[in-house]
Ligand binder design. Structure first.
Ligand code: F6P
Length: 545
C-alpha cells in the first residue's frame, strides 16, 4: 500500500465518501439557500461557482487535509522559486517566470532568469511591430500577410488555441495558420492560396529535432524556394523558436532570427514564451502581454491565497475527489464559446501528458488512479452529441462549464440563447428529473408505459463547475489557462508524481524509427510480432509507389 492511500487523510476521505456517496445535491440546494455563496470564489471578473458538486461542509476540509499531507503549499513555493521539481530531467519548472510581470528575480542555478525573459519579450515586440507595420517585408518587398506556425504538441496546440480564441483582437491584414501533423494533408491545405512572397514561417520546436516538425519545415522550405529560387531569401521568411541554437543553425535558419526559450519551460507550458510568437503577431504584442498579465494574476492568486479560497487548488481537489473516490475516469471541458473550440484539445495534452503517469516520485507503482481523460467541445454543439451520456449514461463525468457574459459580436438572439443553455445544463445535471416529475408531463395512458417513463427519468446528482466572466479578453484567457495549469500541478502533487516529464511518448517514436527503413524496400518483413509484420507487408502491397 502506498503511503498516500495508507494516510489518515486518504482514509478519512474514503469514510466520508461512504457517508455521502448517495446524498443528493438537489436536496442540499433545497435545504441551503446560501450554498452558492459558500462555494464560489471570484477573481477579477471571473466567477468560479463550484456549488454543484457532491460535497458538504466536511468535504473540502478533508480534501485540504490531503493537500497538506502532500505538502502542497511547500510544493507550490518550490515550483515558483525554481526548485528542480522535474526530478527525472533535473530541471526547474518555471513557465510562471515567463509571465512574471512583477519582474521579481527568479533564480535557476544561481542566475536570475528575468533579464533573459525580458530580452526575448523585447525582441518579440520589435519583430511583431516590424512585421505588422510592414517594415519587415518578404524577399520581393511585399508586406507579410500570412504566418504559418510549424510545431507540434506544446509548440503548436497552445498558440493555435489562443490565436483562435482571441481572433476578435486580430489584425485584418495578417492571418495565422498552424501546421503540426506529419500527414501532408495538413501543410498542403494550409498553404493553399498562400503566396511565398508574403508568407512567414515560424518553426517552433524546443529541441528542433522533432520528426514531424522537421519534415514539415523542410517541405515549407522547398515550397518557398520553388518560387524564391534563392536561399538568401530564407532569412526574410523563416524564423525559429527553440532552446537549441545549434540545431536551428544546422537546419539553415539564421540564429539572428531565432527566439530563444529555455529547458525550464515544458513544451506543454510554453505558449507564454517565444512559442507564443504567432499569437503576438496575430493579436499584437500589447495583447500578448495582457495574456501574460492575466496568467500572472492567476499565479499570484495561486501562490498567495489560502487553500480554501484558492481556485486552482479547489479545482484540483475536486478532480481528485471524483477520480479517486467516485471512480470518475474522465472530465469534460465545455466552453460555451465557439472561439474556444481548441480549449479541450489543448488541455488534453496539458493534463494527460502531465499526469498520465503510473509511478510515483520514489519510482514505485502507484495503487491509485492518476490522470483523468480530458475531452470536450464547445457548447451548444456538445449538447447535440454527447450530453445524452452525461445525463443518462452509466459513467459519472464531472464537467466544467465556461462562458462569457458578453460576446464580441452583436447578432440579435444568439447570446442569450447560448447563455440560457450554459445555465440550464448544469442545473439539469444537478437536479435531474424524478419519476413523479416525468409522469406529470405525460398523458394518463403514457404514465402506464413503464419503459417510456423510465427512459425519461434523469438521476441527476451530476457534478459541475461553472466559470462565468465578463468577456473573453486576452487577460481573462490568460487567467483561465493558468488556473487549469495549476489545477494539473495540484493533482500531480497529491498523486506524488512528476507532472513535468513525458517519457510515455518515447517508445512509439523509437519503434516508428525502426519501421521507417523497412518501408523503403520491397522485402517481406518478419522482424516484429505477426500482427505488425502483416500490417507492414499489407501496406507495402497496397501502396502505389
Ligand atoms: O509529445 C512529446 C513532446 O515532447 C511534447 O511534450 C512537446 O510539446 C512536443 O513533443 C513537441 O516538442 P518540440 O517542441 O521539442 O518539437
Amino acid at each position: 500500500m502506498s503511503s498516500l492511500t495508507a494516510s489518515n487523510a486518504w482514509k478519512a476521505l474514503q469514510n466520508h465518501y461512504q457517508q455521502i456517496q448517495n446524498s443528493s445535491m438537489r436536496e442540499a440546494f433545497n435545504h441551503d439557500t446560501q450554498r452558492h455563496s459558500k462555494y464560489a470564489v471570484q477573481l477579477n471578473d471571473i466567477l468560479f461557482d463550484y456549488s454543484k458538486n457532491r460535497i458538504n461542509d466536511q468535504t473540502m476540509p478533508l480534501l485540504r487535509d490531503l493537500a497538506h499531507y502532500a505538502e502542497l503549499p511547500a510544493k507550490i513555493e518550490a515550483m515558483f522559486t525554481g526548485v528542480a521539481i522535474n526530478t527525472t530531467e533535473k530541471r526547474a519548472v518555471l513557465h510562471t517566470a515567463l509571465r512574471n510581470r512583477g519582474n521579481q528575480p527568479i533564480y535557476v542555478d544561481g542566475q536570475d532568469v528575468m533579464p533573459d525573459v525580458n530580452a526575448v519579450l523585447e525582441k518579440m515586440r520589435h519583430f511583431c511591430h516590424a512585421v505588422r507595420s510592414g517594415e519587415w517585408t518578404g524577399y520581393t518587398g511585399k508586406k507579410i500577410t500570412n504566418v504559418v506556425n510549424i510545431g507540434i504538441g506544446g509548440s503548436g496546440l497552445g498558440p493555435k488555441m489562443v490565436s483562435m480564441t482571441l481572433t476578435p483582437y486580430s489584425s485584418d491584414t495578417l492571418k495565422v495558420h498552424y501546421v503540426s501533423n506529419v500527414d501532408q494533408t495538413n501543410i498542403i491545405e494550409e498553404l493553399k492560396g498562400l503566396s511565398p512572397e508574403t508568407t512567414l514561417f515560424i518553426v517552433a520546436s524546443k529541441l528542433f529535432s522533432t520528426q514531424e516538425t522537421m519534415i514539415n519545415a523542410n517541405s515549407a522550405r522547398r515550397w518557398f524556394l520553388d518560387s524564391a529560387q534563392d536561399t538568401s531569401a530564407i532569412a526574410k521568411h523563416f524564423v525559429a523558436i527553440s532552446t537549441h541554437s545549434e540545431n536551428v543553425a544546422k537546419f539553415g535558419i539564421d540564429t539572428d532570427n531565432m527566439f530563444e526559450f529555455w529547458d525550464w519551460v515544458g513544451g506543454r507550458y510554453s505558449l507564454w514564451s517565444a512559442v507564443g510568437l504567432s499569437i503576438a503577431l496575430y493579436i499584437g504584442m500589447d495583447n500578448f502581454e495582457e495574456l501574460l498579465q492575466g496568467a500572472y494574476e492567476a499565479d499570484l492568486h495561486f501562490r498567495n491565497t489560502p487553500l480554501e479560497k484558492n481556485i486552482p487548488v479547489i479545482m484540483g481537489l475536486l478532480g481528485v475527489w471524483y477520480n479517486n473516490f467516485f471512480d470518475a475516469r474522465s472530465y469534460v471541458l465545455l466552453p460555451y464559446d465557439q472561439s474556444m473550440r481548441y480549449f479541450a484539445d489543448y488541455f488534453q495534452q496539458g493534463d494527460m501528458e502531465s499526469n498520465g503517469k503510473s509511478v510515483d516520485l520514489n519510482g514505485d507503482k502507484v495503487d491509485y488512479s492518476t490522470g483523468q481523460i480530458v475531452w470536450g467541445q464547445p457548447g451548444t454543439n456538445g449538447q447535440h452529441a454527447f450530453f445524452q451520456l452525461m445525463h443518462q449514461g452509466t459513467q459519472l463525468v464531472p464537467c466544467d462549464f465556461l462562458a462569457a457574459a458578453n460576446s464580441h459580436y452583436h447578432l440579435p438572439e444568439h447570446h442569450d440563447v447560448l447563455i440560457s443553455n450554459f445555465l440550464a445544463q448544469p442545473e439539469a445535471l444537478m437536479r435531474g428529473k424524478t419519476v413523479e416529475e416525468v409522469k406529470q408531463s405525460l398523458t394518463a395512458e403514457q404514465q402506464h408505459d413503464v419503459e417510456l417513463v423510465a427512459s425519461k427519468v434523469f438521476e441527476g446528482n451530476k457534478p459541475s463547475n461553472s466559470f462565468l466572466f465578463e468577456k473573453m479578453t486576452p487577460k481573462t484567457l490568460g487567467t483561465l489557462l493558468a488556473f487549469y495549469e495549476h489545477k494539473i500541478f495540484v493533482q500531480g502533487v497529491i498523486w506524488n508524481i512528476n507532472s513535468f516529464d513525458q517519457m510515455g511518448v518515447e517508445l512509439g517514436k523509437i519503434l516508428a524509427n525502426a519501421i521507417l527503413p523497412e518501408l523503403k524496400n520491397q522485402d517481406v518483413i518478419q522482424s516484429h510480432d505477426c500482427s505488425t509484420n502483416a500490417l507492414i507487408n499489407a501496406y507495402k502491397k497496397l501502396r502505389q509507389s
